[in-house]
Design a protein around this ligand. Sequence first.
Ligand code: PLP
Length: 959
Amino acid sequence: MTDLFPAAFVDRHIGARREADIKHMLNAVGLDSVDALAAAAVPDSIKQDAPLQLGRALSEPEALAALRELAGKNTPRVQMIGQGYYDTVTPPVIRRNIVEDPAWYTAYTPYQPEISQGRLEALLNFQTAVEDLTGLEIANASLLDEATAVVEAVLLMRRANKNKAAAGGKTVLDADLFPQSIAIVKGRAEALGFEVEVADLSAGLPEGPINGIVLQQPGASGLVADATGLIAEAKERGAMVTVAADLLALTLIKSPGEQGADIAVGSAQRFGVPLFYGGPHAAFMSVHKGLERQLPGRLVGVSKDDAGVPAYRLALQTREQHIRREKATSNICTAQALLAIVASMYAVYHGPEGLKAIAERTHAHARSLAAALESAGVEVAHRSFFDTVTARVLGRAAAIVDKAEKAGVNLRLVDADTVGISCDETTTADHVATVAGVFGAGAAGDGLDAHASSEAAAFAIETPAVRTSSYLTHPVFHAYRSETQMLRYLRRLSDRDLALDRTMIPLGSCTMKLNATVEMEAITWPEFAGIHPFAPDSQTAGWRELIAGLEADLAAITGYDQVSIQPNAGSQGELAGLLAIRGYHHSRGEAQRDVCLIPASAHGTNAASAVLAGMKVVVVATAADGTIDHADLEAKIEANRESLAAIMITYPSTHGVYDADVREVCELVHAAGGQVYIDGANMNALVGLAQPGKFGGDVSHLNLHKTFCIPHGGGGPGVGPVAARAHLAPFMPGDAAAWQGGPGEHGVPVSASRFGSAGVLPISWAYVKLMGGEGLTEATKSALLAANYIAKRLDSSFPVLYTGEGGLVAHECILDLRELTAKTGVTAEDVAKRLIDYGFHAPTLAFPVAGTLMVEPTESEDLGEIDRFIDAMIAIRAEIDQVGAGEFAVAESPLRRAPHTAAAVVSTEWDRPYTREQAAFPGKVRTQDKYFAPVGRIDGAAGDRNLVCACPPLDAFED
Ligand SMILES: *Cc1c(COP(=O)(O)O)cnc(C)c1O
């Protein structure tokens, strides 16, 4: 601590590390050491009894060397397995300037649209590309993966189908769906109690009422067939229709919308996003107009700011789980924003002609391969396909896949008689020749020219399925074709936004801490990024060692027995944990236990996940001090004694305090036969100090994109590992590609691939190794110190709503604006928007209490930045007092008129009752560091009334 150079990583990660700074902060808090603070804040009843043992902290070069060694144990091969994952070229300009650029990856979810215009535009481009390619009017800004997108579509159909004869009917999945999609649907359907039938729909629809059907184009077997007739027949019978589609294939084949589908879903992975051993990848969903209010996930729309300038913001937010709780349309919160942005920019970069050229080349390679196989006497399953050739090789499949592996190519072993070969953007004529050779076929023709050959011409997409409509006609998909233009476009967009590379983002519950560069470095290494999720284990030893190591470290940190990193967001960890609880009760013959108690203050995903796990939500009241109301808890337990499945509590609570009686709450629930789910999103207040697995939890999820340094990416990726005690271990998520989902089968998978968003795990792995047990514990204490310092300094300006033992908070604090609002009319939202003029991202607004701001500084901010924030808040309080004193009306105040754009403050007309200086350079804002919001206050409601969710014409912005 005294020896600043060469510094240990912990001294880089923790912001306030200087002795004098720590003393200054402790003084304000009124304690003499950080240990005394931790000892006073954390209740004795839960304190961890032994320090974390995670081995010696590594230096940055050591951590990179260790990662290199792990990477070296993976073997990148030519990946022709397909099954939803295809190799692709990430254009370097996109890799370096998005994936590796903190301006993009450290941004938060765009809930504050005025400082998020850049990423909102990129996400709108994504939506527009998906809408065009799928032929449906409204697309969301990403889902978690293709298989979970399929299940979201199934659930949407079950909500939206109002046809009396069909609505209650079964869900029918075509047998040519990817096995992982079928498994995920079966797992959810079992919990929710609806019937699923898997049928070969090329033979027609099954008998009986059908709620909805799901088709896949191209099918898992590669088949491309026009489904217009089948879709019309399904609709005739009152069923709704979802098509799982491949975006690249859609440049050549008739879109789902044109075939009559209501919904399209799929993965945007092959639009420039590496394989990443299974994720993160952006899935998409698009729907017909009329279904937009049912759409899960986030939706970017166009509205206007207070000067009438077109501006983007998230639309129809009242659909979202954080508002609707158990009535939510889905539990998706964190999705795959960064990956959607990458995919959108791949479309911007290549444009429609470029995408089509890539698709045609991919198709040509597949055709020449099929021709070579057929001419050598190998049976090829279909003549109409896009990229995937299915070969029938009676009993020889395993031997062929093995032989291909030895030749450096991974193929898909479908079954003993069937091999799948998928071509992609990276396929070359050499690859095709190698594969043909493995099958004993001669030369495959010379690649690109081969499709002109007569044999290859015998394989063509059947005419009715050929696409004739145009797509990506918007100028954005044509304007940035040179790298110079592309680079500047990316820079222009990111310059509009505030991310962690410019300011602290003090978002309570979201833990926006440092995403260190050293932690990020490994994720794009080919030995990690280039691995297919279904590659044989012999090629993935490094990955699996890294994952097992991280799981073991997380188990040690949380005090649980077992961890699965499969869930690819916190919401999915919740679902996995609740499904584990459900499986456990069922296995003990207590299937009637289906009530989940959830405190009123819980995050909206908790209730939504409980419903998706087939549980009934019973809300437990909050006491005046912010803790769980014990009388109400006991009454609710009593009323549901026989049917109690679980309680979901967040610890420390969403109110930012350590409830001293959490053990007692856990014991009450256990005594009634229930299980305890502890939402670990607030683990940043616990690491090294207390362990949920030891103080009463049976299962928890963590948010690696909060506590463990995976950047938020503007709304994803995330990783939400589920951690459980031993009795729940058999119910942890299984492998969707292998899971059969028979009655009572354990291990319901929650993600398409075994290890979920594996690709970003090196970040958390590195964080834990760089910090070590002691460093992690110091980080927690520093987070407590920073939060308590802010609470003490701001309490007289904005009263801190809840405190725990000794008047202390945990790692965050809620600032209560309600009295000020009642007196002056200035709202918490006004403060959030005014902070933008001071160059800050707002704290969490209106969660968990309306009319408040929740501040979480994290351990990564130094005293200078924390003080800059405090000063801004105090200056804002003075402005509120100006309103209170009648100096100006609230409607005319710099608070309500915030944020101020450069255009507003330089305009010739200035009729506001405050100066331009106060508008643009309030408090201590330095002219040379000034951030101007690109748009003024956005009118969200106007945008919702007139919903536009595609790129507007460019001239909308000329004025
Ligand atoms: C962030 C958060 C979640 C949800 O996590 P996602 O990764 O966004 O799905 C759940 N509970 C709490 C308390 C959270 O803060």
